[in-house]
Design a protein around this ligand. Structure first.
Ligand code: PGA
Length: 255
């Protein structure tokens, strides 16, 4: 489905396990200097947990929003090392990245776990950014459609009327941190597929209003072509989000 685009672009910087406190504050300050008045797209910074409070204080009441990179699905209890949705809300997080391929691959997060987390995030009034995407082996084996369909259906099952609040991020695993970006056409094909799966989980209007980000080696030089595709509504940016200049240039490519 490639209906008219009326969705606000959303660009999120996923800092992963980078930036100690002072570095995080410095990066957020530089980004704020350039984007404090920028309203053409929603901008989200996702620093590590340890820098959430400080980055939140830097961005203050600008339109830039705060996001976390993960959370647990329970609200509290004996889960050593984990962080709950309410704890993130306490720090004024608006967003949380869930089911990133690094979490799926290195920490064995399944679609079932991601689904629990999505429900807990929505219940706490956080907007989940739910990541899906195929590996190189799966793409070469012609399994992209089946894999992405399964991840979307299972990660987002049973959300009822809340589904529309979710942001989906299509991140082909072979493009993450590799410098190999999906072509705009390759990405568009999968985004259109994701939107049709969302329509089957809800309805055309809900799916048509939901934002689907692309992630995987987005750079200032390829951002505009990607974001110009009918079903691509912004980006989830890793490496290029660690430097203010490249992140700001990517954000400004979104119109
Ligand atoms: P990358 O990472 O931009 O460094 O490829 C994207 C991501 O993992 O979210």
């Amino acid at each position: 489905m490639t209906a008219m685009k009326y969705r606000k672009t959303i660009i999120a910087g996923n800092w992963k396990m980078n930036k100690a406190l002072a570095e995080a504050e410095a990066l957020a300050s530089e980004i704020k200097r350039e984007l404090a008045e920028f309203r053409e797209a929603d901008v989200v910074l996702c620093p590590p947990f340890t820098a959430l409070k400080a980055v939140g204080e830097v961005i203050g009441d600008t339109p830039i929003k705060l996001g976390a990179q993960n959370m647990h699905w329970e609200s509290d209890g004996a889960y050593t090392g984990e962080i709950s949705a309410a704890m993130l809300r306490d720090l004024y997080c608006h967003y949380v990245i869930l089911g990133h391929s690094e979490r799926r691959a290195y920490f064995r997060e399944t679609d079932t776990i991601v689904n629990r987390k999505v429900k807990a995030a929505l219940a706490a009034n956080l907007v989940p950014i739910v990541c899906v995407g195929e590996t190189l082996e799966e793409r070469e084996g012609d399994e992209t459609e089946a894999v992405v369909r399964r991840q979307v259906e299972r990660s987002l099952q049973g959300l009822g009327g809340e589904l529309g609040r979710v942001v989906v991020a299509y991140e082909p695993v072979w493009a993450i941190g590799t410098g190999k970006t999906a072509t705009p056409e390759q990405a568009q094909d999968v985004h259109a597929l994701i939107r049709s799966v969302l329509a089957s989980l809800a309805d055309d209007d809900t799916a048509g209003a939901m934002r689907i980000q692309y992630g995987g080696s987005v750079k200032p030089t390829n951002a505009a072509d990607l974001f110009g595709q009918p079903d691509i509504d912004g980006g989830l940016i890793g490496g290029a989000a660690l430097e203010a200049r490249s992140f700001v240039d990517i954000v400004k490519a979104a119109k």
